[in-house]
Design a protein around this ligand. Sequence first.
Ligand code: NAD
Ligand code: DAU
Length: 375
Amino acid sequence: MNFKPLNVCITGGAGFIGANFVRHWLAKTREGRVIVFDALTYAGNVQNLAGLERDPRYVFVRGDICDEAAVRSLLEQHQIDTVVHFAAESHVDRSILGPDDFIRTNVVGTHSLLKAAKTSWLDRKTVPAHRFHHVSTDEVYGSLGPDDAPFHEASPYAPNSPYSASKAGSDHLVRAYHETYGLDTSVTNCSNNYGPYQFPEKLIPLTLINILLGKPLPVYGDGLQVRDWLHVADHCEAISLALARGKSGDLYNIGGNSETTNIHIVRTLCALVDEYLAGRADLKAAFPASSAARGTHAAQLIEHVRDRPGHDRRYAIDYRKARRELGYEPTRDLAAGLRATLEWYLSNRAWWDALLGRDYAAWVEKNYTRSQPLR
Ligand code: NAD
Ligand code: DAU
């Protein structure tokens, strides 16, 4: 990139990775502003950004990325020169139950942002230089067999869920705006993230919370599906590096070097929580239904349930291009990262209690029967 980002718009900045990135960026830079643009869907939460309102460089604007006029006026009002685009519907299970929102936000919404960026940056020339960074996923590449080589940047797109198909569509639109109009763009395709502020519908926080509450731990099918886990802080660093060093029009795969089966992750979390709570009378009192408090083993809560339709068997990421061209390397070991994540969820019970009591519980009730996988 031939300029230093100054005023950065972070779409989806009230979600899991977006909020981590907002904190990361404000801590890393000294100049310019961070303008969070977020519709606050079920997954967006202003609590993820709590404390930042005291920072004069931080601005929060509630809005929908599908509203092109609102985005255009935001870009111009704040002299935004960089968009880091996280806003999306992100949960595969929800995309299977209701794909429409995924097409609207991920495809139409990304296109609306690109149109606004083109009008402001290329047609009206509101800033001297710009970058549109699109945050995407390894799921666009489809599924690997056990002995297949990991996905690399030239792997063909073969999305299998409405979620991954909508992300693939958005990636293609970003590419088209670069090739056709000359928009300065970059894309990162990242593997499974975990860490603070992750909404408790995703495997790791759902498992941790269910262990603490003594609830069943749903494992889809045989649990031998493989994901490559990455701590969210490493993902944030990778995006910063892509902004600083990524070539316009290019894409970079970001992985964690931590390929693991789902059942291994769930069993590891069971052992971790049992061990962590064992000598802690205070935590056992706070979580009386947990296996540690009841003298049982968390692994007894595991239930193999009906598999996710179209479930991708294995993802693995070859991130050598990001290492070579960006200087990216994941730094957090999975075992240490999971332990730190457990500590974060233990220290932030009010955060997830509020979510479980909110529309999430009602949504689960409405959309899933007991014969279906989520609880
Ligand atoms: P999330 O579901 O936690 O957050 C999404 C955010 O987008 C929420 O704050 C939500 O309010 C906002 N949003 C949704 N629709 C919007 C709209 N129409 N207008 C404005 N804001 C809207 O998602 P996440 O897990 O933080 O993922 C962020 C991005 O990273 C997504 O694009 C996702 O595809 C990608 N990604 C996620 C992972 C992962 O493991 N979670 C891995 C790779 C890539
Ligand atoms: O690979 C990157 C993707 O990772 C992101 O693009 C998505 O936004 C993000 O949601 C995530 O998708 P997954 O479907 O891999 O994440 P999830 O946490 O939903 O599931 C991880 C694995 O665990 C997956 O194989 C399904 C399985 N699973 C999940 C849940 C919620 C279970 O076995 N039981 C569960 O209860």
